[in-house]
Write a protein that binds this ligand. Sequence first.
Ligand code: IPM
Ligand code: MG
Length: 366
Amino acid sequence: MKAIRICVLAGDGIGKEVTEWGVKALEAVGPFHGMSFEFKNELLGHAAIEATGQPLPEATLVSCREADAVLLGAIGDPLYDNNPQLKVRPEQGLLALRKGLKLFANIRPILLFDELLDASPLKKTVIQGTDILFFRELTGGIYFGTPRGRKENDTVAFDTKIYAKYEVERIARMAFEAAQSRKKVLHSVDKANVLESSRLWREVVQELASEYPEVQVHHIFVDNAAMQLIKDPTQFDVVVTGNMFGDILTDEASQIAGSLGMLASASVGEVVGLYEPIHGSAPDIAGQNIANPLATILSTALMLDRSLEAPAAAKHIVASVKLVLKNGFRTRDIMDDQTDKNKILGTKEMGQKVIETIKELVAVSI
Ligand code: IPM
Ligand code: MG
């Protein structure tokens, strides 16, 4: 059995604590599905700047390219957030990695476990049944557009939001394909009433729509989308949008699922798939054993499904997470008034609980 090579980029803050459990989940599930893994750790973000001066060392990029899949924790450090003057920044590492691996599609499922209906700040009646698949464009738009910079003695700053037709087309096509295989409803989010780049976006999506006659397409402005997501999330099934709108809307949508700590993501493109929780490095809770490892564990399920052709193993992980939640176990971010105080777990304990359940679930099904 040839080992599957996973490049692990723990990154900063809680990154190390959560990727540890992603790795352990893969190790636990592998043998039951005829897989074994080989993990290689590399540096990214602040950790990489400290060690090498670069947010994305060449060695990291090379290891990612050589791997069958990449597991990422999170990057970022308050040192930079509070000092906008610093020129070398952890986020540059993540952006360069996305670009370097041509990860143009960021897929973010807003998966609501019934067990967490009470963890959301939104009303149960509003969120029940939510299951949204976001396609966020990841290597274009305002995150990468040039020119960008300062002028007039540093008193004026500017960024450029730019999209080429092919960039819109390839992400929209992925979203159409997904919509076709799901409920056949696609929302394309833009700001075409104001932005030229959004008018191109809308034009391209409209053009593609003729190739997918069964898919009902709704074009929706981003401000309205932000409102509708909270008002009536179940109207959405597949959503496609640009880089920055997708960044913002998926953080918003995480509240439907109870916590940012529950949301996994897949970034895919032409080289290798990268899997990461959508949350950040959360420096305020780093090193305290309270971060929720479930988003990272669920990211390994996406990895198994999308990069490793192991959908049964992916289901095995998701079912194990669901069972742990059903049995009442919670990390702090997903607890509510009903939570049994004895079942509030730390990062390690929650990770361990999932690993045990992965092993038990197999025993039951055999
Ligand atoms: C995300 C993050 C990143 C982004 C940051 C850390 C650069 O917020 O993956 O959603 O904005 O893309
Ligand atoms: Mg974000």
